[in-house]
Design a protein around this ligand. Structure first.
Ligand code: F6R
Length: 607
Protein backbone atom coordinates (compact mmCIF):
# COMPACT_ATOMS: atom_id res chain seq x y z
CA UNK A 1 0.00 0.00 0.00
CA UNK A 2 2.40 2.54 -1.28
CA UNK A 3 2.74 5.25 -3.89
CA UNK A 4 5.01 4.84 -6.88
CA UNK A 5 6.13 7.25 -9.58
CA UNK A 6 8.59 7.22 -12.46
CA UNK A 7 10.01 9.72 -14.97
CA UNK A 8 11.92 9.27 -18.25
CA UNK A 9 12.62 12.73 -19.54
CA UNK A 10 14.73 15.69 -20.35
CA UNK A 11 14.52 17.56 -17.03
CA UNK A 12 16.12 16.82 -13.67
CA UNK A 13 14.00 13.94 -12.38
CA UNK A 14 14.40 14.32 -8.62
CA UNK A 15 12.29 17.49 -8.10
CA UNK A 16 9.53 16.03 -10.29
CA UNK A 17 9.59 12.73 -8.42
CA UNK A 18 9.67 14.44 -5.03
CA UNK A 19 6.66 16.60 -5.86
CA UNK A 20 4.74 13.56 -7.12
CA UNK A 21 5.59 11.70 -3.91
CA UNK A 22 4.12 14.60 -1.95
CA UNK A 23 0.86 13.98 -3.80
CA UNK A 24 1.11 10.26 -3.11
CA UNK A 25 1.88 10.54 0.60
CA UNK A 26 -1.77 9.71 1.30
CA UNK A 27 -0.84 6.12 0.41
CA UNK A 28 1.71 5.80 3.20
CA UNK A 29 4.43 7.70 4.99
CA UNK A 30 6.58 5.13 6.76
CA UNK A 31 9.56 5.83 4.49
CA UNK A 32 10.34 7.28 1.08
CA UNK A 33 13.04 6.98 -1.55
CA UNK A 34 14.16 7.97 -5.02
CA UNK A 35 16.57 6.28 -7.45
CA UNK A 36 17.88 7.85 -10.66
CA UNK A 37 20.24 7.00 -13.45
CA UNK A 38 23.34 9.12 -13.17
CA UNK A 39 25.83 8.61 -15.99
CA UNK A 40 24.32 5.20 -16.66
CA UNK A 41 24.66 4.09 -13.01
CA UNK A 42 21.87 3.73 -10.48
CA UNK A 43 22.08 6.01 -7.46
CA UNK A 44 19.47 6.35 -4.73
CA UNK A 45 18.50 8.28 -1.59
CA UNK A 46 16.13 6.92 1.03
CA UNK A 47 14.86 7.95 4.45
CA UNK A 48 12.75 6.45 7.19
CA UNK A 49 9.63 8.43 8.12
CA UNK A 50 7.78 11.20 6.36
CA UNK A 51 8.75 12.67 3.03
CA UNK A 52 10.33 15.75 4.63
CA UNK A 53 13.08 13.48 5.98
CA UNK A 54 13.87 12.40 2.42
CA UNK A 55 13.80 16.11 1.50
CA UNK A 56 16.54 16.80 4.07
CA UNK A 57 18.61 13.87 2.79
CA UNK A 58 18.31 15.21 -0.76
CA UNK A 59 19.37 18.68 0.37
CA UNK A 60 22.51 17.25 1.91
CA UNK A 61 23.18 14.81 -0.93
CA UNK A 62 21.41 15.93 -4.14
CA UNK A 63 20.55 13.35 -6.78
CA UNK A 64 21.02 14.15 -10.49
CA UNK A 65 19.63 12.30 -13.47
CA UNK A 66 16.85 12.61 -16.04
CA UNK A 67 15.32 9.18 -15.45
CA UNK A 68 14.21 7.96 -12.07
CA UNK A 69 11.67 6.26 -9.83
CA UNK A 70 10.23 7.22 -6.44
CA UNK A 71 8.30 5.55 -3.67
CA UNK A 72 6.41 6.39 -0.51
CA UNK A 73 5.86 3.36 1.72
CA UNK A 74 3.28 1.93 4.05
CA UNK A 75 5.14 -1.03 5.52
CA UNK A 76 3.77 -4.53 4.96
CA UNK A 77 6.78 -6.88 4.83
CA UNK A 78 9.70 -5.62 6.89
CA UNK A 79 9.86 -2.85 9.48
CA UNK A 80 9.57 0.78 8.36
CA UNK A 81 13.34 1.35 8.38
CA UNK A 82 15.58 3.13 5.92
CA UNK A 83 17.03 -0.25 4.93
CA UNK A 84 13.61 -1.53 3.91
CA UNK A 85 12.70 1.72 2.11
CA UNK A 86 12.24 1.48 -1.67
CA UNK A 87 13.71 1.65 -4.30
CA UNK A 88 15.25 -1.79 -3.97
CA UNK A 89 17.73 -3.30 -6.31
CA UNK A 90 21.21 -4.11 -7.40
CA UNK A 91 23.77 -2.31 -9.51
CA UNK A 92 21.81 -3.46 -12.57
CA UNK A 93 18.19 -2.70 -11.71
CA UNK A 94 16.15 -0.59 -9.31
CA UNK A 95 12.50 -1.30 -8.45
CA UNK A 96 9.61 0.41 -6.68
CA UNK A 97 6.51 -1.59 -5.82
CA UNK A 98 3.00 -1.15 -4.49
CA UNK A 99 1.27 -4.34 -3.37
CA UNK A 100 2.32 -7.69 -1.95
CA UNK A 101 4.30 -10.44 -3.70
CA UNK A 102 2.64 -13.44 -2.10
CA UNK A 103 5.19 -16.05 -3.24
CA UNK A 104 8.17 -13.95 -2.12
CA UNK A 105 9.45 -16.56 0.37
CA UNK A 106 9.56 -19.28 -2.27
CA UNK A 107 11.22 -16.95 -4.80
CA UNK A 108 13.72 -15.75 -2.24
CA UNK A 109 14.80 -19.31 -1.41
CA UNK A 110 15.21 -20.07 -5.11
CA UNK A 111 17.17 -16.86 -5.77
CA UNK A 112 19.43 -17.32 -2.77
CA UNK A 113 20.16 -20.85 -3.94
CA UNK A 114 21.12 -19.32 -7.30
CA UNK A 115 23.61 -17.03 -5.53
CA UNK A 116 21.61 -13.77 -5.27
CA UNK A 117 22.37 -11.80 -2.08
CA UNK A 118 19.46 -9.98 -0.41
CA UNK A 119 19.86 -6.76 1.56
CA UNK A 120 16.34 -6.41 2.99
CA UNK A 121 13.40 -8.29 4.49
CA UNK A 122 10.98 -6.97 1.88
CA UNK A 123 8.90 -8.95 -0.60
CA UNK A 124 9.80 -6.30 -3.20
CA UNK A 125 13.47 -7.19 -3.24
CA UNK A 126 12.61 -10.59 -4.72
CA UNK A 127 11.40 -8.74 -7.83
CA UNK A 128 14.67 -6.82 -8.12
CA UNK A 129 16.77 -9.91 -7.48
CA UNK A 130 14.83 -11.98 -10.02
CA UNK A 131 15.23 -9.32 -12.70
CA UNK A 132 18.91 -8.98 -11.76
CA UNK A 133 19.47 -12.73 -12.17
CA UNK A 134 17.72 -12.66 -15.54
CA UNK A 135 19.94 -9.76 -16.63
CA UNK A 136 23.06 -11.60 -15.48
CA UNK A 137 21.92 -14.57 -17.55
CA UNK A 138 22.08 -12.37 -20.65
CA UNK A 139 18.46 -11.24 -21.05
CA UNK A 140 17.66 -7.70 -22.19
CA UNK A 141 15.84 -5.50 -19.60
CA UNK A 142 12.57 -6.09 -21.47
CA UNK A 143 13.05 -9.89 -21.47
CA UNK A 144 14.25 -9.90 -17.87
CA UNK A 145 11.22 -7.94 -16.66
CA UNK A 146 8.73 -10.04 -18.64
CA UNK A 147 10.25 -13.31 -17.41
CA UNK A 148 10.13 -11.99 -13.84
CA UNK A 149 6.47 -10.91 -14.06
CA UNK A 150 5.40 -14.39 -15.14
CA UNK A 151 6.76 -15.73 -11.82
CA UNK A 152 5.01 -13.29 -9.48
CA UNK A 153 1.87 -14.12 -7.48
CA UNK A 154 -0.05 -11.44 -5.62
CA UNK A 155 -0.80 -7.81 -6.25
CA UNK A 156 1.63 -5.35 -7.70
CA UNK A 157 2.22 -2.11 -9.48
CA UNK A 158 5.89 -1.90 -10.37
CA UNK A 159 8.30 0.58 -11.93
CA UNK A 160 11.88 -0.35 -12.82
CA UNK A 161 14.93 1.38 -14.23
CA UNK A 162 18.08 -0.27 -15.57
CA UNK A 163 21.77 0.68 -15.39
CA UNK A 164 23.16 1.54 -18.80
CA UNK A 165 19.69 2.31 -20.21
CA UNK A 166 19.16 5.99 -19.42
CA UNK A 167 15.99 6.29 -21.46
CA UNK A 168 14.16 3.17 -20.37
CA UNK A 169 11.59 2.45 -17.69
CA UNK A 170 9.36 -0.60 -17.35
CA UNK A 171 6.07 -0.62 -15.46
CA UNK A 172 3.65 -3.44 -14.69
CA UNK A 173 0.28 -3.83 -13.08
CA UNK A 174 -1.51 -6.76 -11.49
CA UNK A 175 -4.21 -6.00 -8.95
CA UNK A 176 -2.83 -2.54 -8.05
CA UNK A 177 -3.42 0.49 -10.25
CA UNK A 178 -0.76 2.09 -12.45
CA UNK A 179 -1.14 5.05 -14.79
CA UNK A 180 1.09 6.04 -17.70
CA UNK A 181 1.51 9.78 -18.27
CA UNK A 182 2.33 11.18 -21.70
CA UNK A 183 4.43 14.37 -21.78
CA UNK A 184 6.34 16.20 -24.49
CA UNK A 185 9.48 14.18 -25.00
CA UNK A 186 9.05 12.77 -21.50
CA UNK A 187 6.99 9.93 -20.05
CA UNK A 188 5.75 9.13 -16.58
CA UNK A 189 4.39 6.31 -14.44
CA UNK A 190 2.31 6.88 -11.32
CA UNK A 191 0.05 5.05 -8.90
CA UNK A 192 -2.69 7.46 -9.93
CA UNK A 193 -3.36 10.44 -12.12
CA UNK A 194 -3.26 12.76 -9.06
CA UNK A 195 0.48 12.08 -8.70
CA UNK A 196 1.00 13.00 -12.34
CA UNK A 197 -1.42 15.95 -12.43
CA UNK A 198 1.27 18.70 -12.43
CA UNK A 199 3.26 16.78 -15.07
CA UNK A 200 0.63 15.87 -17.65
CA UNK A 201 -3.09 15.50 -18.18
CA UNK A 202 -2.70 12.79 -20.83
CA UNK A 203 -3.13 9.52 -18.98
CA UNK A 204 -3.55 5.84 -19.90
CA UNK A 205 -4.42 3.29 -17.23
CA UNK A 206 -2.71 -0.07 -17.57
CA UNK A 207 -5.17 -2.96 -17.58
CA UNK A 208 -4.70 -5.77 -15.08
CA UNK A 209 -1.87 -8.08 -16.17
CA UNK A 210 -0.42 -5.58 -18.66
CA UNK A 211 3.09 -4.15 -18.60
CA UNK A 212 4.65 -1.21 -20.37
CA UNK A 213 8.01 -0.26 -21.80
CA UNK A 214 8.55 3.50 -21.66
CA UNK A 215 11.09 5.67 -23.43
CA UNK A 216 11.13 9.47 -23.71
CA UNK A 217 9.08 9.25 -26.91
CA UNK A 218 6.21 7.02 -25.74
CA UNK A 219 5.11 3.67 -24.38
CA UNK A 220 4.57 0.20 -25.75
CA UNK A 221 2.08 -1.85 -23.72
CA UNK A 222 1.99 -5.66 -23.67
CA UNK A 223 -0.28 -8.27 -22.13
CA UNK A 224 0.97 -11.10 -19.92
CA UNK A 225 1.67 -13.25 -23.00
CA UNK A 226 3.88 -10.50 -24.43
CA UNK A 227 1.48 -9.43 -27.19
CA UNK A 228 1.38 -5.70 -27.82
CA UNK A 229 -2.00 -4.20 -26.87
CA UNK A 230 -3.54 -0.83 -27.75
CA UNK A 231 -3.67 1.94 -25.14
CA UNK A 232 -6.46 4.39 -24.59
CA UNK A 233 -5.21 7.84 -23.63
CA UNK A 234 -7.67 9.95 -21.64
CA UNK A 235 -7.52 13.55 -20.46
CA UNK A 236 -7.42 13.91 -16.70
CA UNK A 237 -9.48 16.70 -15.17
CA UNK A 238 -7.53 16.80 -11.91
CA UNK A 239 -6.00 20.11 -10.81
CA UNK A 240 -2.23 20.27 -10.98
CA UNK A 241 -1.80 22.87 -8.27
CA UNK A 242 -0.84 21.96 -4.73
CA UNK A 243 -3.59 21.88 -2.12
CA UNK A 244 -2.89 24.14 0.86
CA UNK A 245 -4.21 24.45 4.41
CA UNK A 246 -5.57 27.95 3.74
CA UNK A 247 -4.33 29.22 7.09
CA UNK A 248 -5.83 26.42 9.17
CA UNK A 249 -3.59 24.55 11.60
CA UNK A 250 -4.31 21.19 10.00
CA UNK A 251 -5.97 19.82 6.90
CA UNK A 252 -8.44 18.20 9.28
CA UNK A 253 -9.52 21.58 10.63
CA UNK A 254 -9.86 22.95 7.11
CA UNK A 255 -11.81 19.88 5.97
CA UNK A 256 -14.11 20.03 8.99
CA UNK A 257 -14.84 23.65 8.08
CA UNK A 258 -15.70 22.55 4.54
CA UNK A 259 -18.61 20.36 5.69
CA UNK A 260 -21.35 22.91 4.89
CA UNK A 261 -19.92 23.63 1.44
CA UNK A 262 -19.38 19.98 0.58
CA UNK A 263 -22.85 18.91 1.72
CA UNK A 264 -24.35 21.78 -0.28
CA UNK A 265 -22.36 20.96 -3.43
CA UNK A 266 -23.19 17.28 -3.21
CA UNK A 267 -26.91 17.90 -2.69
CA UNK A 268 -26.92 20.39 -5.55
CA UNK A 269 -25.93 17.54 -7.88
CA UNK A 270 -28.81 15.38 -6.69
CA UNK A 271 -31.69 17.73 -5.93
CA UNK A 272 -33.45 19.74 -8.61
CA UNK A 273 -33.60 23.27 -7.23
CA UNK A 274 -36.80 24.12 -9.10
CA UNK A 275 -38.87 21.04 -8.26
CA UNK A 276 -37.10 20.26 -4.96
CA UNK A 277 -37.06 16.61 -5.91
CA UNK A 278 -34.19 14.15 -5.92
CA UNK A 279 -32.98 13.53 -9.45
CA UNK A 280 -30.47 10.76 -9.94
CA UNK A 281 -28.52 10.32 -13.16
CA UNK A 282 -30.07 7.70 -15.42
CA UNK A 283 -29.25 4.33 -13.86
CA UNK A 284 -28.58 1.19 -15.91
CA UNK A 285 -31.02 -0.75 -13.69
CA UNK A 286 -34.47 -0.18 -12.28
CA UNK A 287 -34.52 0.78 -8.58
CA UNK A 288 -38.12 -0.47 -8.34
CA UNK A 289 -37.09 -3.99 -9.33
CA UNK A 290 -33.98 -4.45 -7.23
CA UNK A 291 -34.72 -7.36 -4.86
CA UNK A 292 -32.00 -6.55 -2.33
CA UNK A 293 -29.09 -4.17 -1.75
CA UNK A 294 -25.69 -5.24 -0.45
CA UNK A 295 -23.71 -2.33 0.96
CA UNK A 296 -20.00 -2.75 1.38
CA UNK A 297 -17.10 -0.46 2.27
CA UNK A 298 -14.30 -0.08 4.81
CA UNK A 299 -13.79 2.06 7.89
CA UNK A 300 -15.70 5.32 8.00
CA UNK A 301 -17.15 4.68 4.56
CA UNK A 302 -18.71 1.52 6.00
CA UNK A 303 -20.25 3.52 8.84
CA UNK A 304 -21.75 5.83 6.23
CA UNK A 305 -23.13 2.64 4.68
CA UNK A 306 -24.74 1.65 7.99
CA UNK A 307 -26.58 4.96 8.11
CA UNK A 308 -27.46 4.48 4.45
CA UNK A 309 -28.91 1.07 5.30
CA UNK A 310 -31.07 2.64 7.98
CA UNK A 311 -32.42 5.20 5.49
CA UNK A 312 -32.93 2.71 2.66
CA UNK A 313 -34.76 0.27 4.87
CA UNK A 314 -36.95 2.85 6.52
CA UNK A 315 -37.75 5.02 3.48
CA UNK A 316 -37.67 2.47 0.65
CA UNK A 317 -38.61 -0.65 2.61
CA UNK A 318 -36.00 -2.67 0.72
CA UNK A 319 -33.93 -5.41 2.36
CA UNK A 320 -30.36 -4.19 2.80
CA UNK A 321 -27.33 -6.12 3.90
CA UNK A 322 -24.21 -4.27 5.03
CA UNK A 323 -20.83 -5.82 5.61
CA UNK A 324 -17.24 -4.60 5.73
CA UNK A 325 -15.59 -5.34 2.42
CA UNK A 326 -12.79 -7.47 3.88
CA UNK A 327 -15.40 -9.87 5.27
CA UNK A 328 -18.06 -9.77 2.58
CA UNK A 329 -16.05 -11.50 -0.11
CA UNK A 330 -15.07 -14.39 2.15
CA UNK A 331 -18.53 -14.77 3.70
CA UNK A 332 -19.91 -15.41 0.22
CA UNK A 333 -23.51 -14.53 1.13
CA UNK A 334 -26.22 -15.85 -1.18
CA UNK A 335 -26.97 -12.96 -3.54
CA UNK A 336 -30.32 -12.38 -5.18
CA UNK A 337 -29.87 -12.31 -8.99
CA UNK A 338 -30.21 -8.75 -10.26
CA UNK A 339 -29.53 -7.30 -6.80
CA UNK A 340 -27.55 -4.15 -6.24
CA UNK A 341 -24.00 -3.98 -4.88
CA UNK A 342 -23.62 -0.52 -3.32
CA UNK A 343 -19.99 0.43 -2.73
CA UNK A 344 -18.82 3.46 -0.82
CA UNK A 345 -15.29 4.81 -0.97
CA UNK A 346 -13.60 8.16 -0.75
CA UNK A 347 -10.52 7.11 -2.70
CA UNK A 348 -12.07 4.55 -5.02
CA UNK A 349 -8.82 2.59 -4.56
CA UNK A 350 -9.34 0.64 -1.31
CA UNK A 351 -8.19 -2.89 -2.12
CA UNK A 352 -10.79 -4.71 0.00
CA UNK A 353 -13.67 -2.67 -1.41
CA UNK A 354 -12.38 -3.26 -4.93
CA UNK A 355 -12.12 -7.00 -4.29
CA UNK A 356 -15.67 -6.97 -2.88
CA UNK A 357 -16.80 -5.16 -6.04
CA UNK A 358 -15.38 -8.02 -8.10
CA UNK A 359 -17.11 -10.68 -6.00
CA UNK A 360 -20.45 -8.80 -6.08
CA UNK A 361 -20.17 -8.54 -9.84
CA UNK A 362 -19.34 -12.25 -10.09
CA UNK A 363 -22.50 -12.82 -8.00
CA UNK A 364 -24.63 -11.13 -10.67
CA UNK A 365 -25.11 -7.80 -8.89
CA UNK A 366 -25.39 -4.39 -10.53
CA UNK A 367 -22.61 -2.18 -9.22
CA UNK A 368 -23.36 1.33 -7.98
CA UNK A 369 -20.52 3.19 -6.28
CA UNK A 370 -20.51 6.32 -4.15
CA UNK A 371 -17.06 7.78 -4.79
CA UNK A 372 -15.11 10.95 -4.20
CA UNK A 373 -12.33 10.37 -6.73
CA UNK A 374 -13.89 10.32 -10.17
CA UNK A 375 -10.71 9.05 -11.82
CA UNK A 376 -10.31 6.00 -9.59
CA UNK A 377 -10.17 2.28 -10.25
CA UNK A 378 -13.60 1.71 -8.70
CA UNK A 379 -15.09 4.45 -10.87
CA UNK A 380 -13.81 2.68 -13.96
CA UNK A 381 -15.16 -0.68 -12.82
CA UNK A 382 -18.66 0.36 -11.67
CA UNK A 383 -21.88 0.32 -13.71
CA UNK A 384 -22.72 3.73 -12.29
CA UNK A 385 -21.06 6.22 -9.97
CA UNK A 386 -22.73 8.75 -7.70
CA UNK A 387 -20.16 11.44 -6.98
CA UNK A 388 -19.56 12.94 -3.59
CA UNK A 389 -18.45 16.46 -4.33
CA UNK A 390 -16.08 16.75 -1.38
CA UNK A 391 -12.96 17.81 -3.31
CA UNK A 392 -9.56 16.40 -2.36
CA UNK A 393 -9.49 15.13 1.22
CA UNK A 394 -5.91 15.30 2.46
CA UNK A 395 -6.17 14.52 6.18
CA UNK A 396 -5.85 10.76 6.60
CA UNK A 397 -8.90 10.64 8.86
CA UNK A 398 -11.98 11.12 6.73
CA UNK A 399 -14.36 13.96 7.62
CA UNK A 400 -16.01 15.89 4.80
CA UNK A 401 -16.01 12.86 2.48
CA UNK A 402 -18.05 11.02 5.12
CA UNK A 403 -20.82 13.61 5.23
CA UNK A 404 -20.77 13.88 1.44
CA UNK A 405 -21.29 10.11 1.30
CA UNK A 406 -24.20 10.48 3.71
CA UNK A 407 -25.70 13.24 1.56
CA UNK A 408 -25.61 10.97 -1.49
CA UNK A 409 -27.02 7.99 0.41
CA UNK A 410 -29.87 10.09 1.80
CA UNK A 411 -30.82 11.13 -1.75
CA UNK A 412 -30.50 7.55 -2.97
CA UNK A 413 -32.87 6.39 -0.20
CA UNK A 414 -35.42 9.02 -1.22
CA UNK A 415 -35.14 8.14 -4.92
CA UNK A 416 -35.44 4.42 -4.14
CA UNK A 417 -38.47 5.06 -1.94
CA UNK A 418 -40.12 7.04 -4.70
CA UNK A 419 -39.33 4.35 -7.31
CA UNK A 420 -40.81 1.69 -5.05
CA UNK A 421 -43.80 3.76 -4.03
CA UNK A 422 -42.95 3.69 -0.32
CA UNK A 423 -42.77 7.43 0.27
CA UNK A 424 -45.40 9.98 -0.48
CA UNK A 425 -44.78 13.31 -2.24
CA UNK A 426 -45.27 15.03 1.10
CA UNK A 427 -42.67 12.82 2.78
CA UNK A 428 -40.20 13.44 -0.05
CA UNK A 429 -40.83 17.17 0.25
CA UNK A 430 -40.15 17.08 3.99
CA UNK A 431 -36.97 15.02 3.62
CA UNK A 432 -35.64 17.22 0.80
CA UNK A 433 -36.40 20.32 2.88
CA UNK A 434 -34.45 18.80 5.77
CA UNK A 435 -31.51 18.06 3.47
CA UNK A 436 -31.50 21.53 1.96
CA UNK A 437 -31.49 22.94 5.46
CA UNK A 438 -28.34 21.00 6.33
CA UNK A 439 -25.54 23.25 5.03
CA UNK A 440 -26.85 26.12 7.16
CA UNK A 441 -27.24 23.90 10.23
CA UNK A 442 -23.78 22.45 9.70
CA UNK A 443 -22.31 25.96 9.60
CA UNK A 444 -23.98 26.72 12.96
CA UNK A 445 -22.10 23.78 14.51
CA UNK A 446 -18.87 25.75 14.56
CA UNK A 447 -20.31 28.02 17.22
CA UNK A 448 -20.11 24.99 19.51
CA UNK A 449 -16.31 25.16 19.55
CA UNK A 450 -15.94 26.20 23.24
CA UNK A 451 -18.43 23.58 24.49
CA UNK A 452 -16.68 20.86 22.48
CA UNK A 453 -13.27 22.03 23.73
CA UNK A 454 -14.48 21.74 27.32
CA UNK A 455 -15.69 18.19 26.71
CA UNK A 456 -12.44 17.39 24.92
CA UNK A 457 -10.46 18.31 28.03
CA UNK A 458 -12.30 15.56 29.92
CA UNK A 459 -11.96 12.99 27.12
CA UNK A 460 -8.25 13.73 26.61
CA UNK A 461 -7.52 12.58 30.18
CA UNK A 462 -9.06 9.16 29.60
CA UNK A 463 -7.44 5.90 28.56
CA UNK A 464 -10.73 4.38 27.37
CA UNK A 465 -13.88 6.01 26.08
CA UNK A 466 -17.29 4.51 25.35
CA UNK A 467 -19.43 5.89 22.51
CA UNK A 468 -23.16 5.17 22.52
CA UNK A 469 -26.10 5.70 20.20
CA UNK A 470 -29.26 4.04 18.97
CA UNK A 471 -30.68 3.51 15.51
CA UNK A 472 -28.69 5.35 12.85
CA UNK A 473 -26.75 6.94 15.71
CA UNK A 474 -25.00 3.64 16.47
CA UNK A 475 -23.04 4.37 13.30
CA UNK A 476 -22.42 7.94 14.53
CA UNK A 477 -20.97 6.40 17.70
CA UNK A 478 -18.79 4.08 15.59
CA UNK A 479 -17.58 7.05 13.54
CA UNK A 480 -16.83 9.08 16.68
CA UNK A 481 -14.92 6.22 18.30
CA UNK A 482 -12.91 5.49 15.14
CA UNK A 483 -11.95 9.13 14.72
CA UNK A 484 -10.83 9.37 18.36
CA UNK A 485 -8.71 6.21 18.06
CA UNK A 486 -7.16 7.30 14.79
CA UNK A 487 -5.99 10.76 15.69
CA UNK A 488 -5.62 10.82 19.48
CA UNK A 489 -4.61 7.16 20.08
CA UNK A 490 -7.16 6.85 22.89
CA UNK A 491 -8.93 3.52 23.02
CA UNK A 492 -12.62 3.95 22.24
CA UNK A 493 -15.45 1.51 21.73
CA UNK A 494 -18.83 2.15 20.22
CA UNK A 495 -21.95 0.32 21.29
CA UNK A 496 -25.63 0.31 20.58
CA UNK A 497 -26.80 2.01 23.79
CA UNK A 498 -29.22 -0.83 24.55
CA UNK A 499 -26.36 -3.34 24.45
CA UNK A 500 -24.43 -1.56 27.18
CA UNK A 501 -26.02 -3.50 29.99
CA UNK A 502 -25.03 -6.75 28.29
CA UNK A 503 -21.36 -6.24 29.05
CA UNK A 504 -19.72 -2.85 28.56
CA UNK A 505 -21.44 -1.45 31.65
CA UNK A 506 -18.81 -3.40 33.59
CA UNK A 507 -16.22 -0.92 32.31
CA UNK A 508 -17.97 2.15 33.61
CA UNK A 509 -16.42 4.24 36.33
CA UNK A 510 -15.28 7.85 36.62
CA UNK A 511 -12.24 7.21 34.46
CA UNK A 512 -14.18 6.02 31.38
CA UNK A 513 -16.08 8.91 29.80
CA UNK A 514 -19.17 8.12 27.77
CA UNK A 515 -19.92 10.09 24.62
CA UNK A 516 -23.50 9.74 23.44
CA UNK A 517 -25.31 10.91 20.33
CA UNK A 518 -28.95 11.37 21.35
CA UNK A 519 -31.24 13.48 19.18
CA UNK A 520 -34.75 14.16 20.44
CA UNK A 521 -36.39 11.64 18.16
CA UNK A 522 -38.27 8.39 18.48
CA UNK A 523 -35.41 6.70 20.35
CA UNK A 524 -34.69 9.54 22.76
CA UNK A 525 -36.36 8.13 25.89
CA UNK A 526 -34.81 4.70 25.51
CA UNK A 527 -31.34 6.11 24.96
CA UNK A 528 -31.70 8.56 27.83
CA UNK A 529 -32.57 5.69 30.20
CA UNK A 530 -29.44 3.83 29.07
CA UNK A 531 -27.48 6.95 29.95
CA UNK A 532 -29.19 7.05 33.37
CA UNK A 533 -27.91 3.53 33.95
CA UNK A 534 -24.38 4.66 33.11
CA UNK A 535 -24.67 7.79 35.26
CA UNK A 536 -25.89 5.72 38.21
CA UNK A 537 -22.59 3.83 38.05
CA UNK A 538 -20.44 6.93 38.16
CA UNK A 539 -20.13 7.36 34.39
CA UNK A 540 -19.23 10.90 33.21
CA UNK A 541 -21.25 11.85 30.17
CA UNK A 542 -20.68 13.98 27.11
CA UNK A 543 -24.06 14.15 25.39
CA UNK A 544 -24.74 15.54 21.92
CA UNK A 545 -28.41 16.39 21.54
CA UNK A 546 -30.67 19.22 20.31
CA UNK A 547 -32.68 21.84 22.18
CA UNK A 548 -35.69 19.57 22.78
CA UNK A 549 -33.40 16.75 23.91
CA UNK A 550 -31.50 19.09 26.23
CA UNK A 551 -34.75 20.19 27.86
CA UNK A 552 -35.63 16.56 28.62
CA UNK A 553 -32.13 15.43 29.58
CA UNK A 554 -32.07 17.24 32.90
CA UNK A 555 -28.72 17.28 34.71
CA UNK A 556 -27.59 13.91 33.44
CA UNK A 557 -24.63 15.05 31.38
CA UNK A 558 -21.43 16.64 32.61
CA UNK A 559 -21.05 18.17 29.13
CA UNK A 560 -24.32 18.77 27.33
CA UNK A 561 -23.65 19.92 23.77
CA UNK A 562 -26.74 21.32 22.10
CA UNK A 563 -26.67 20.93 18.33
CA UNK A 564 -28.85 22.99 15.98
CA UNK A 565 -32.33 21.51 15.53
CA UNK A 566 -32.68 19.08 12.67
CA UNK A 567 -35.06 16.53 11.21
CA UNK A 568 -34.67 12.96 12.55
CA UNK A 569 -33.66 11.93 9.03
CA UNK A 570 -30.70 14.32 8.80
CA UNK A 571 -29.64 14.33 12.47
CA UNK A 572 -26.99 11.60 11.91
CA UNK A 573 -25.17 13.96 9.53
CA UNK A 574 -24.98 16.83 12.02
CA UNK A 575 -24.06 14.49 14.87
CA UNK A 576 -21.27 12.94 12.79
CA UNK A 577 -19.68 16.33 12.29
CA UNK A 578 -19.93 17.01 16.02
CA UNK A 579 -18.17 13.79 17.03
CA UNK A 580 -15.47 14.47 14.44
CA UNK A 581 -14.99 17.94 15.92
CA UNK A 582 -14.63 16.41 19.38
CA UNK A 583 -11.95 13.97 18.13
CA UNK A 584 -10.05 16.88 16.56
CA UNK A 585 -10.08 18.91 19.78
CA UNK A 586 -8.87 15.90 21.80
CA UNK A 587 -6.05 15.30 19.31
CA UNK A 588 -4.99 18.94 19.63
CA UNK A 589 -4.76 18.51 23.39
CA UNK A 590 -2.80 15.30 23.00
CA UNK A 591 -0.44 16.98 20.51
CA UNK A 592 -0.59 14.13 18.00
CA UNK A 593 0.15 14.32 14.29
CA UNK A 594 -3.45 15.03 13.36
CA UNK A 595 -3.18 14.88 9.57
CA UNK A 596 -0.88 11.89 9.35
CA UNK A 597 -1.48 9.68 12.38
CA UNK A 598 0.93 6.85 13.05
CA UNK A 599 0.57 3.54 11.20
CA UNK A 600 -2.22 4.79 8.93
CA UNK A 601 -2.48 5.69 5.27
CA UNK A 602 -5.18 7.59 3.46
CA UNK A 603 -5.75 4.92 0.88
CA UNK A 604 -5.46 1.28 1.87
CA UNK A 605 -4.41 -0.42 -1.34
CA UNK A 606 -3.46 -3.81 0.11
CA UNK A 607 -5.98 -6.41 1.28
C1 F6R B 1 -11.35 6.80 8.80
C2 F6R B 1 -10.89 6.57 7.46
C3 F6R B 1 -10.85 5.17 6.94
C4 F6R B 1 -11.46 5.12 5.54
C5 F6R B 1 -11.32 3.70 4.97
C6 F6R B 1 -11.95 3.57 3.60
O1 F6R B 1 -11.20 8.13 9.17
O2 F6R B 1 -10.53 7.48 6.77
O3 F6R B 1 -11.51 4.31 7.81
O4 F6R B 1 -12.81 5.50 5.63
O5 F6R B 1 -9.96 3.37 4.86
O6 F6R B 1 -11.31 4.38 2.66
P1 F6R B 1 -12.02 4.76 1.31
O7 F6R B 1 -13.23 5.55 1.63
O8 F6R B 1 -11.00 5.53 0.54
O9 F6R B 1 -12.38 3.47 0.63
Amino acid sequence: MCGIVGVVGTREATPLLFDALRRLEYRGYDSAGIATLVGGHIDRRRAQGKLDRLGSVLERRPLDGLTGIGHTRWATHGAPTEGNAHPHGTERVSVVHNGIIENHAELRAELEAAGQCFDTETDTETVAQLVDLNLKRGMSPREAAHACLSRLHGAYALAMIFAGHPELMIGARHGAPLAIGYGDDEMFLGSDSLALAPLTRRIAYLRDGDWAVLSRGGAEVFDAAGRQVPVEITTSALPGNAIGKDGYRHYMEKELREHPLVIGQTLQRMIDAATRRVVLPELPFDLARIPRITITACGSAFYAGLIGRWWLESEARIPVDADVASELRYREPPLAPGGLGLLISQSGETADTLAALHSLRAGGQHILSVLNVAESTMARESDMVLDTVAGPEICVASTKAFTAQLSVLACLAIATGRARGTISDAREEALVAALLDLPGRAAELFALGPAIQAAAAMVAEARDVLYLGRGAHVAVALEGALKLKEISYIHAEAYAAGEMKHGPIALIDRSVPIVASVPSGRLFEKTASNLQEARARGGRLVVFTDAAGAARMGRLAEHLIVLPDSHDFTAPILHSIAVQMLAYEVALLKGTDVDQPRNLAKSVTVE
